[in-house]
Ligand binder design. Structure first.
Ligand code: GLC
Length: 464
């Protein structure tokens, strides 16, 4: 197994002191086993509708595309730093034409008045419909990807539980995002767009993956935020507010970002994690996401280095005021430094120390320390993601077979090569009786929404 190399510096005493400070970032086998058990038990509790930090939300999507989906569908994708509208034409379950338009989503819309945000979303639908010259006589089904935790009572309802990532419009919490969007579509007189499904980005990723590979059963996003969903036996899902129609399976949205919010994971929390949480937009929530996702890995790295700096163990000549300010050290730096480790090149880490830390006096030992820290936090993140994924895989119904594909998307997975390799290796290690494959499902959150819209239409026809 590929490991983070030991820290070797000129001064053995310095190594010892640093190692003590970084000890909590390493997960030994017993700890990993404990996390595994806690995750499984939190999943089971939530499925039985008992208190848990996981949501295990019923998405009301009981099937994957089967190759019969045809038609032109709309999709709106909200959840990252920009907003996307898509027009996707499917023929026999394959996307044959695709038009994507990006819209800016400035901070004053992401943080503030909920009505302003939804009014803007409706405006974007409207202007996209005009630009694409949608047929006014035809009603287009739209899938709405809303990548936040929500309570669903049907495929086309989603009550926001809490905002995450870089969003916070308090008035929307507790409201149905579909109803809100419908209200503003009406205001803008956009009558030929019908929202038939609301879904999470992981569900979109799973759907998009399923079009590319029929063995896909899990969808994961590892980007600004992180989460996973999977095909569960419907008999295990108690929360079901609609009439059942003999569904055998259903996609469950785990919402693993919040894993540990009730304290069950406190045994792995370090002071650095506490500091990241303290400075975050939504404190005391999304505990697990703060260990693994792109919004936090850079800040976590900065917090650790800041402590080492304060203890005179890292860049000792750098004045405190020159040290990067909170939330200014992006996770992309961690990916770049880790790439340098893989390539055995010091150039990138040196550039980062000079440019981001404004350091003119540094030595190889400083570079080794920053590399070491990036290695430790990346390996921990990879282990945690792989661990959750392996729990999902090991709990799959036997009829799903031994070959399972995991559709995955997100900036961290795409750009952090070393973390990606670790995820793949650890997943294989922890699911020895299965053959697993990670499939990059780029932009699945948008494309998958159009596929879900097609499935929603199919279900409506069948169940009406
Ligand atoms: C956050 C959201 C979740 C989403 C994930 C990835 O964790 O709560 O719904 O899937 O980010 O975007």
């Amino acid at each position: 197994m590929y490991e983070v190399e030991h820290l070797q510096l000129c001064d053995a005493e310095r190594v010892k002191r640093i190692e003590v400070m970084l000890e909590g970032l390493q997960l030994d086998n017993d700890t990993l086993e404990r996390i595994r058990q806690v995750f499984r038990s939190e999943m089971d509790l939530a499925l039985k509708m008992q208190p848990s930090s996981l949501q295990m939300e019923n998405t009301y999507i009981p099937e994957l595309p089967d190759g019969t989906e045809s038609g032109t569908y709309l999709a709106m994708d909200l959840g990252g730093t920009n907003l996307r509208m898509l027009l996707l034409t499917l023929e026999q379950g394959q996307a044959v034409n695709e038009i994507v338009q990006h819209y800016p989503l400035p901070e004053h819309l992401r943080i503030g008045d909920g009505d302003a945000l939804f009014d803007y979303l409706a405006q974007c639908v409207d202007s996209f419909a005009r630009e694409q010259q949608l047929d006014e006589e035809h009603v287009y089904s739209m899938g709405f990807t809303f990548s936040f935790p929500m309570r669903q009572s049907s495929l086309d309802s989603g009550i926001l539980v809490t905002w995450t990532k870089s969003f916070n419009c308090p008035s929307v919490v507790g409201q149905d995002a579909v109803k809100l969007l419908r209200k503003f579509l009406k205001k803008h007189q956009r009558h030929n767009v019908e929202i038939v499904a609301i879904l999470n980005d992981t569900t979109g990723t799973l759907m998009h993956g399923a079009i590319m590979d029929r063995n896909t059963r899990i969808g994961i996003v590892l980007g600004t935020g992180s989460n996973g969903c999977y095909m569960e036996r419907s008999s295990r899902v108690l929360h079901w507010e609609q009439q059942r129609h003999g569904e055998r399976h259903v996609i469950v949205d785990v919402e693993w970002g919040a894993f540990g919010d009730n304290g069950v994971l406190d045994f792995i929390k370090t002071d650095y994690d506490r500091q990241v949480d303290e400075g975050s937009l939504l404190k005391n929530s999304f505990t697990f996401e703060k260990y693994i996702s792109g919004k936090y890995l850079g800040e976590l790295c900065r917090c650790i280095l800041a402590r080492l700096h304060a203890a005179n163990l890292f860049l000792p000549h750098l004045a405190s005021e020159d040290f990067p300010q909170p939330w200014t050290f992006g996770s992309d730096n961690v990916s770049v430094i880790e790439q340098g480790t893989l390539d055995d090149s010091w150039t990138s880490v040196e550039t980062i120390v000079r440019e981001k830390f404004n350091a003119s006096h540094y030595d190889t030992d400083d570079l080794k320390i920053i590399r070491h820290v990036c290695g430790l936090i990346s390996k921990r993140a990879a282990q945690l993601v792989a661990l959750n994924t392996s729990v999902l895989l090991n709990g799959m119904a036997p009829e799903e077979g031994q070959n399972i594909t995991i559709a995955i998307d997100g900036s961290v997975y795409k750009h952090h090569t070393r973390l990606r390799q670790w995820i793949i290796e650890y997943t294989a290690l922890w699911t020895r009786d299965k053959t697993t494959k990670y499939l990059l499902a780029t932009d699945g959150s948008g494309k998958g929404a159009a596929v879900v819209a097609a499935i929603a239409e199919k279900l409506r026809r069948r169940n009406s």
